[in-house]
Design a protein around this ligand. Structure first.
Ligand code: ATP
Length: 319
């Protein structure tokens, strides 16, 4: 393989730049040319493609977002859109493609692979919702952002003796909420994977209040309900005064954590290893701190699993 392409697609996540850097540097190290495709699959269709040099990825390892920009592109879900993308790949002599993104982006990678263009998927999303890897690029940074915010909210929650309902991202996955809740000692963690009895939440709040707790933190994953609706239910069921914080897109930004930079560097470089050995239609990941790869199609049919032991532990510790 003499020339490859790289793109970022779907929601951006901190560490995507470190992954792009690893792809570009590792490829050039092995005398492979790299072309950067801007704006995800939309840029592929439009031919927004440029050659990357060693210097193109200088000074980006510490930056959030993605220097190649990201986009969602409905047209690429169609045969016609995919053919347009292939036309551009052919025109630029690109023989393989690295797609950094979430499961939707991997569907695009799978389609291209089926049409004869070897693709490797690198999991980049703050949601940590991709099976076949313990962690996705950006999750650790987003988690730290959430924790930092909750620590600050705690101060005012204590001063005013209030109950805070905090909504965190994660789409249909509860990882961000669960990890943040455990790390921050939340009273209740509401995630899509578990049916937490509302009565139980209320009981826990009342128990805490009765033994003199000055504040309570409830974390709600966006995949379950809105924090506004949840706080209304809490106020109706108790005489506690609640406040709501929706952390929103602050969770997607910021300088990547050391863990995310290292993970992105390892996964990006491993994706090049796979392309060089003729593999295609694979997703790279990390399991028990070992680099692994899985068939993209197989991964996409699996359900994302939450760590139930962690969930149980969070309940035991917030008794
Ligand atoms: P995140 O989890 O952060 O949202 P994602 O990669 O899952 O990231 P999506 O919006 O689901 O984000 O997908 C990104 C892009 O991947 C889509 O806009 C589209 O261009 C492409 N894509 C998604 N599904 C398909 C599909 N079935 N076939 C071809 N391309 C697809």
């Amino acid at each position: 393989m003499k020339r490859i392409g790289v793109l970022t697609s779907g929601g951006d996540s901190p560490g995507m730049n470190a992954a792009i850097r690893a792809v570009v540097r590792k490829a050039i190290f092995h005398d492979i040319e790299v072309y950067g495709i801007e704006h995800g699959f939309q840029g592929l269709i439009d031919g927004s493609i440029r050659k990357m040099e060693l210097g193109s990825v200088g000074d980006i390892i510490q930056r959030g977002g993605t220097m190649l920009y990201s986009a969602r592109c409905e047209e690429f879900k169609t045969e016609e859109g995919q053919e347009k993308g292939i036309h551009q790949l052919k025109k630029h002599g690109i023989e393989g493609l690295i797609v950094i993104g979430g499961d939707g982006s991997f569907m695009g990678a799978k389609k291209l692979t089926e049409k004869g263009y070897p693709c490797i998927g690198v999991p980049g999303t703050i949601d940590n919702d991709i099976p076949g890897t313990d962690f996705t690029i950006g999750f650790d940074t987003a988690l730290n952002t959430v924790i930092d915010a909750i620590d600050k909210i705690r101060d005012t929650a204590t001063s005013h003796e209030r109950t805070y309902v905090i909504e965190v991202m994660g789409r249909d996955a509860g990882d961000l909420a669960l990890w943040a809740g455990l790390a921050d000692g939340a009273e209740s963690i509401i995630i899509p994977e578990m049916d937490d009895e509302f009565d139980e939440v209320i009981e826990r709040l009342k128990r805490g209040h009765d033994r003199g707790k000055k504040h309570s933190i409830i974390i709600v994953a966006e995949g379950v309900t809105s924090a506004v609706d949840f706080s209304k239910r809490v106020e109706e069921a108790t005489d506690l005064e609640t406040r709501v914080t929706v952390l929103g897109h602050t969770q997607r930004g910021g300088s990547p954590s050391a863990s995310d930079r290292v993970l992105a560097s390892r996964l990006g470089a491993y994706a090049i290893d796979l392309l060089m050995t003729g593999k295609a239609g694979r997703m790279v990941g990390i399991e028990n701190n070992q680099l692994v790869d899985h068939d993209i199609l197989e991964v996409l049919t699996r359900d994302h699993a939450i760590d139930l032991d962690m969930y149980r532990l969070s309940k035991e510790l917030s008794i």
